[in-house]
Design a protein around this ligand. Structure first.
Ligand code: SAJ
Length: 443
């Protein structure tokens, strides 16, 4: 143990990170910047090749950053998992998606544990960072690691430390976001806290791996239920002819006890819930809670509300077209924004996908525009096979309706409204538009 702590304290420990994605790569950069040598492991040889050549494949991480990490071979990438025995610490940053039945998909954690086990050696530290249900590290990962003959605690250290990456957040980086750490035992916790403490500004030790696992889920479930709340309020106030956006802005003037934009706790209604975390994480807890015969009614209701939002937006469009003597079938509809949230190029679980698939199912002639997504990439469960339509005046004028689904900052909403016949605004993006208000329907 002392040798590992010594090596960490001298920044001589070699850090192995499995999963060179939007979590693992910034983490590798953070350790490199703190002077550690880092070996990045990934099963995707294309990623390994790009990293070896100092090239980035993640939008908010420039290639110069990777090239800088590659200097003096401080950072190397490999698909050869046998090299895991060369590192002092192994940090696991692999996806934890949902299965088609919306249950935790532990495929990546299990396969990664199986890849580590044969190369695990005495004195190493293994940390799981992937968001998962409480008990995963102890009951799923640990037994797999111990198949190699070593025992967690006496032979190797084990901990959980949730990733809190917020891609592109201008105010916080991997180094400045506090890191919660829960150890399998005190020595594991001590080693993990020392390692992260050597490269992040603040470490938050907690008393167990389960506390750390539950912390991350709690953070994201908090977002999910608050988003569902404002989505439900939107539907209520719409029926009353009350502008939810004005209500929320006014509520936010309360200097205490209500969310604030500056720390992302000011929640706003939308066309649904996208991304790789918020729509998924609540189901990890719901699934685990069943084992304890506890119903998670509130969390599941929030999920139902958020999931129903694309339907609500389509309904509002149908009403608006109907008022103009137009059916949805055959209507030319442009969906503005395919990404799951503004100013990102990621469309995983994007509500725009659900919107487009529903509109197509109802016979509309659907197109989309998204400056960040020129072509819709094939996904596990969706393949829109569409390309972003140029946003020109003639094209806008040729559409029967336009839905603002993702409010990228790039759009000039006054110009969009000016040249559109009907604008279904699902994001409150046209609140400052004065001309053409009669064409705008809030949805
Ligand atoms: N959304 C709303 N209304 C809101 C906020 C979000 O409809 O008020 C929608 C977004 O459009 C998006 C989805 O919800 O479709 C999720 O948005 P998000 O702002 O929560 O962003 P994510 O999915 O990137 O969440 C990540 C999370 N980070 C990690 O899990 C490490 C989350 O914990 C962060 O709080 C969040 O980023 C963030 O703050 O940006």
């Amino acid at each position: 143990m002392s040798s590992l702590l010594d090596r960490i304290n001298r920044h001589e420990a070699v850090v192995g990170i499995i999963g060179m994605g939007y979590v693992g790569l910034p983490l590798a950069h953070t350790f490199c910047t703190a002077g550690f040598r880092v070996v990045g492991f990934d099963i995707d040889s294309a990623k390994v090749k790009a990293l070896g050549a100092g090239r980035s494949y993640i939008k908010h991480i420039p290639s110069e950053t990777i090239a800088g990490m590659r200097k003096g071979d401080r950072f190397t990438a490999t698909s050869d998992f046998s090299r895991l025995s060369d590192v002092d610490a192994i940090l696991i940053c692999v996806p934890t998606p949902l299965t088609k039945q919306r249950e935790p998909d532990m495929t990546y954690i299990v396969s990664t544990g199986e890849a580590i086990a044969p190369h695990l050696r005495k004195g190493q530290l293994v940390v799981l960072e992937s968001t998962t249900y409480p008990g995963t590290t102890r009951d799923v990962l640990r037994p797999i690691l111990e198949r190699g003959g070593l025992e967690a605690g006496p032979d190797f250290h084990l901990a959980f430390s949730p990733e809190r990456e917020d891609p592109g957040n201008p105010n916080f980086t991997t180094r400045t976001i506090p890191k919660v750490v829960g150890g399998y035992d005190s020595k594991s916790g001590e080693a993990a806290c020392a390692l992260y403490g050597a490269c992040v500004a603040k470490v938050v030790p907690v008393s167990s791996m389960e506390i750390a696992e539950a912390t991350k889920l709690t953070e994201n479930i908090y977002r999910c239920v608050n988003i569902a709340l404002v989505n439900e309020l939107k539907m209520i106030y719409d029926r009353m002819g009350i502008d939810i956006w004005e209500v929320l802005e006014a509520a936010a003037t309360k200097p205490f006890g209500f969310g604030k934009k500056e720390n992302k706790t000011f929640f706003t209604p939308g066309p649904g819930l996208g991304g790789h975390c918020i729509p998924i994480d609540p189901f990890y807890l719901t699934w685990k809670a069943r084992e304890f015969e506890i119903a998670t009614r509130f969390i599941e209701l929030a999920g139902e509300i958020n999931t129903s939002m694309p339907e609500y937006v389509v309904h509002r469009l149908m009403i608006a077209l109907n008022e103009r003597g137009k059916a949805l079938r055959g209507a030319r509809v442009l969906v503005l924004g395919l990404a799951y949230k503004p100013d990102v190029d990621d469309m995983r679980e994007s509500p725009s996908i659900a919107l487009i698939e529903k509109l197509k199912g109802l016979g509309a002639d659907v197109s989309y525009n998204d400056p960040y997504i020129p072509k819709s990439p094939r996904q596990r469960e969706h393949d829109l096979q569409m390309a972003s339509q140029d946003l020109t005046e003639p094209f806008l004028k040729s559409r029967d309706a336009l839905i603002i689904s993702t409010n990228h900052s790039d759009y000039d909403y006054a110009w969009v409204v000016k040249h559109s016949k009907l604008v279904i605004d699902a994001r409150g993006a046209t609140r400052d538009v004065t001309e053409g208000r009669e064409k705008i329907v809030k949805a």
